[in-house]
Design a binder for this molecule. Structure first.
Ligand SMILES: Nc1ncnc2c1ncn2[C@@H]1O[C@H](COP(=O)(O)OP(=O)(O)OP(=O)(O)O)[C@@H](O)[C@H]1O
Ligand SMILES: [Mg+2]
Length: 273
């Protein structure tokens, strides 16, 4: 399959717990397309705008109330048979917000990686070691450096690198990363998001990057979708949406981050003119 993504008129409602059983439209009639070429799509919006719900729908962890989502050849949540479901799980991988949630603190991190390789690909232990070593190398780590170490031996940035490696093991086509750097120090954020852009270019993986942070989104995205109250209010090429926003809500978001509206080279040109 490919990493193309087609979200067609998707709505997800939840029953809120209140006595009147009101429904919340967490995602409200969203349509988005990512073509069949390696792409970083950022989902940007304030808290409660529906980003995580949409990410979980793409991963097949939630079912849409209305509408359909296709990733490559699969209609998410409608795969027939175990083989198709397993293939989907290899092709579409998650990275979560908090790297401390990805690994069990009482087991060596590499045990979890070997297990992922064996479960997702049916590899033998030896084959699993080779797959893990390859994934680690891709994120700049050597198996010998990390083997047998526990979560607490790593910094947050190293752990998020290990989470990226975990996601790479089954050689996915699409990675859905929900606020993957928000738990990291600002100084580390760019190194992790840069890794996504690099993996898009070298391995041809597409990314759905969920973030509050317009500046990292601007820096690495090909496309941006701005979410507000469950709706995508504006979507398109990152450069266009973030430098010439058409929707008021996007304008307000961009205005809050002064450097986003100015391209570095424009700035430089202005300076020397
Ligand atoms: N399981 C659930 N049951 C009821 N309501 C939910 C559930 N999951 C999400 N919601 C509601 O749906 C809306 C969107 O939530 P969601 O978590 O998708 O937002 P978000 O954009 O990811 O926010 P944040 O930036 O804070 O992570 C919110 O109003 C939230 O309370
Ligand atoms: Mg969220």
């Amino acid at each position: 399959m490919s990493g193309s993504l087609e979200i067609a008129a998707v709505t997800k409602t939840f029953r809120s717990g209140g006595p009147w059983g009101e429904t919340v439209r967490a995602v409200d009639d969203v349509s988005l397309n990512v073509a069949d070429k390696p792409t970083v799509l950022s989902l940007v919006g304030e808290s409660g705008s529906g980003k995580t719900t949409l990410a979980r729908l793409i991963l097949g962890l939630l079912q849409p109330t209305l509408g359909t989502i296709r990733v490559g050849d699969y209609e998410v949540g409608r795969m027939r048979g175990r083989a198709a479901r397993q293939a989907f799980m290899r092709d579409v991988q998650p990275i979560f917000q908090n790297p401390y949630d990805t690994f069990n603190p009482v087991r060596p991190v590499t045990d979890a990686l070997f297990e992922t390789a064996q479960n997702l690909t049916g590899a033998s232990r030896r084959q699993a070691e080779a797959l893990v070593a390859e994934a680690l190398k891709t994120v700049g780590l050597e198996l010998s450096e990390v083997e047998g170490k526990y979560q607490n031996a790593f910094s947050g940035g190293q752990l998020q690198r290990l989470s990226v490696a975990r996601a790479l093991i089954p050689k996915p086509k699409l990675i859905v990363a929900d606020e993957p750097v928000s738990a990291l120090d600002a100084s580390l954020r760019m190194t992790v998001v840069n890794l996504f852009a690099e993996l898009r270019d070298t391995l041809g993986i597409s990314f759905v990057y969920v973030t509050h942070d317009l500046s990292t989104a601007y820096y690495i995205s090909d496309q941006v979708a701005i979410m507000h109250r469950g709706k995508v209010v504006e979507a398109g090429a990152a450069d266009r949406v973030l430098t010439h926003p058409e929707h008021d809500y996007t304008r307000r978001l961009v205005a809050a981050i002064p450097q986003v509206g100015v391209k570095w080279d424009d700035d430089f040109d202005a300076g020397v003119a």
